[in-house]
Design a protein around this ligand. Structure first.
Ligand code: ADP
Length: 593
């Protein structure tokens, strides 16, 4: 491009110079020629006047020839022509071989008007001449034409000389012109190339501005406006990129699965959460039919309805067999997700946005709540029925039954006590769950905590003929951070359970050790143990391995649930290791103070 622009400009200059020169040459030639002819005309007319004033003897041919050659000393050609065109004398040619001159324009003019002139090629001499003829009227004889002529060759030579000089000067000017124009067009093409490179660089995404050129011509203006455009485009791209990154980040961090399908039910977008739900790499979804990726007929059905009816549809689906996950699905139609298409509604592509919101946990909690209500009513019904039954028995006569009335009242009291325990535990649990229990975090001496816990149950243990102790407790135990009252309750709960589920003659051992950031306290018994598959569930409310046995020993099924809540509220963890018939080990960790 650079060379072509350079040559184009150079050639244009050259052609212009040549045209100017040719025009100049043409006009100068003409003007000079005209000037010369005018001068020659003047000269010839005076010569003719002289000839007329000293006319020769026209009838004496040798005298006439002499006169003609005498006149020719003036430098002009002299011809004498009779009225019929017959040449009588000529200073430059032999008249015997000359043709009749009646048809010569200057002759015709002179015959008619008295004088005539013409500039033309002489057939006789074969050169260009300026002719001037006058008529010489004789008394008693026919008129004679005296014609004088000067060759044009002189003007041509003069012209050639001038032309040579002009052309030589022009040539020098041309060379200079070429050099100058080459210089200018080179610098011009160089600057244009610089702008071209700059726009390429901008197109390639490099928005560094072009250094400013000195001067203020159009190219500098162009460079300035290109710089401005580049800066604007850069700013725009930056804004768009920021916006895109922001929305990408939002979509990426959303827990909801989001996908966009087009009118042909093909996926055009999905976020990572969506990809995870259907186990597809979100980079590979594009253009794939929704049916292939979303393997759930109900969602596909919702998409079709939303596309067809242009309305929002909701649904709830469950996906996965082993561990079903429940999602609430919303499919909303979108008029167009393509900016270009939105500009021209005729070409707009409707689509739909699918939002999957996982509600597995919500549904689980709902289930837990339902179960809880059912469990609570069930738990309350047993003692209430017993109390009601025995009260009625007493009322319908047993009050007077001296042998049994006291026993019946005692049964009523046991059940009432059980009811009280139950409600108390329920209340405690709900308060802990609702976060209403204030935990008074203090440094707690672990050793003291364990020793007082053991002391509190020593009597109950000995009544059941169980030995209890903390023989392997390290001497120096770090202090933990927590609420002494609540942690004591956890330990009491575990110790009570150990006593309850261990047969006479067994042993209960409490241990503790520092482990990392925590102190882990362990209550081990030699009791009945817990089956492997139930170990994770005993911390749930009302869950009991053997309901009848638990009731028999006065359990509510809430103890471990309460313990778990308290430990977790302290930032710790509770877990169990147990073998059926081989005893259980309950551990709980509490962070160090
Ligand atoms: P409960 O009031 O019935 O003891 P918990 O929540 O304290 O309720 O315990 C839940 C269930 O876990 C008990 O019913 C029992 O089946 C089992 N369990 C708890 N501790 C032990 C243990 N030390 N040995 C055997 N089973 C236990």
């Amino acid at each position: 491009m650079r060379a072509s622009l350079f040559w184009k400009l150079g050639l244009t200059y050259l052609i212009l110079v040549l045209i100017v020169l040719a025009t100049f040459d043409f006009y100068v030639g003409r003007i000079l020629r005209q000037d010369y002819i005018r001068a020659a005309d003047d000269q010839l007319s005076s010569l003719a006047q002289v000839a007329k004033s000293r006319p020769p003897e026209f009838d004496n041919s040798s005298a006439l020839a002499g006169w003609a050659s005498w006149m020719a000393h003036s430098g002009a050609r002299v011809t004498v022509i009779a009225a019929d065109g017959h040449v009588l004398a000529d200073s430059a040619h032999d008249i015997t071989t000359m043709e009749n001159h009646a048809n010569r324009p200057e002759f015709i003019q002179a015959m008619a008007k008295g004088q005539g002139e013409s500039v033309r090629h002489s057939h006789t001499l074969d050169r260009d001449l300026v002719y001037y003829a006058i008529r010489y009227d004789r008394a008693g004889a026919s008129p004679v034409i005296i014609r004088v002529a000067l060759p044009l060759a002189e003007v041509d030579t003069a012209l050639a000389k001038i032309r040579l000089r002009v052309w030589a000067a022009s040539f020098i000017i041309l060379i200079l012109g070429i050099v100058v124009s080459a210089f200018f067009s080179r610098s011009f093409t160089h600057r244009v190339a610089r702008l071209k490179d700059f726009s390429r660089q901008v197109a390639a995404g490099d928005f560094r501005p072009l250094p400013r050129e000195p001067g203020n011509d159009e190219l500098v203006d162009l460079a300035d406006s290109l710089n401005e455009t580049a800066a604007r485009v850069n700013q725009m791209i930056r804004t768009l990129t920021e916006e895109r990154n922001r929305s990408a980040a939002i979509l990426r961090s959303m827990v909801e699965g989001i996908a966009v399908v087009d009118s042909r039910e093909r996926l055009v977008f999905c976020n990572e959460a969506f990809g995870k739900i259907w186990d597809v790499n979100s980079a590979e979804f594009e253009g794939r039919p929704a049916v292939e990726v979303i393997r759930h007929p109900e969602i596909i059905e919702l998409i079709r309805k939303a596309l067809a009816e242009q309305q929002v549809f909701h649904g709830e689906i469950s996906s996965g067999a082993a561990r079903p996950r429940i999602f609430s699905v919303t499919v909303a139609p979108v008029a167009s997700f393509d900016g270009a298409a939105a500009a021209q509604p005729a070409a707009s592509q409707p689509g739909a946005v699918v939002v999957l919101h996982e509600i597995t946990e919500l549904r689980r909690l709902e289930q837990v709540r339902k179960d809880f209500v059912a469990n609570v009513s069930h738990e309350l019904r047993t003692p209430l029925t017993a109390i009601q039954g025995f009260a009625e028995t007493l009322l319908s006569g047993a009050l007077d039954d001296r042998e049994n009335n006291r026993h019946f009242v005692e049964i009523i009291r046991t059940h009432a006590a059980r009811l009280a325990r139950l409600t108390e535990d329920l209340l405690k649990l709900s308060r802990i769950e609702a976060g209403k229990v204030e935990i008074d975090f203090q440094p707690v001496d672990s050793r003291h905590l364990i020793e007082s816990g053991i002391e509190a149950v020593r009597l109950a243990a000995s009544q059941k003929q169980l030995s209890i102790g903390a023989a392997r407790l390290p001497r120096a135990l770090p202090r933990v951070r927590g609420d002494a009252g609540l942690l004591g309750e956890v330990l009491r709960n575990l110790l009570d359970n150990a006593i309850q589920y261990t047969a006479a003659g067994g042993r209960i051992e409490v241990a503790a050790e520092a482990s990392g950031e925590f102190v882990v306290i362990t209550v081990a018994d030699t009791g009945i143990g817990i089956p492997q598959n139930e170990q994770s569930r005993i911390f749930e409310r009302f869950y009991r391995v053997d309901v009848a046995r638990s009731r028999e020993v006065g359990g509510t099924g809430l103890g471990l649930a309460i313990a778990k809540h308290i430990v977790e509220a302290h930032g710790g963890r509770i877990w169990v290791e147990s073998v059926v018939g081989g005893g259980s080990k309950f551990h709980f960790s509490v962070p160090l103070a």
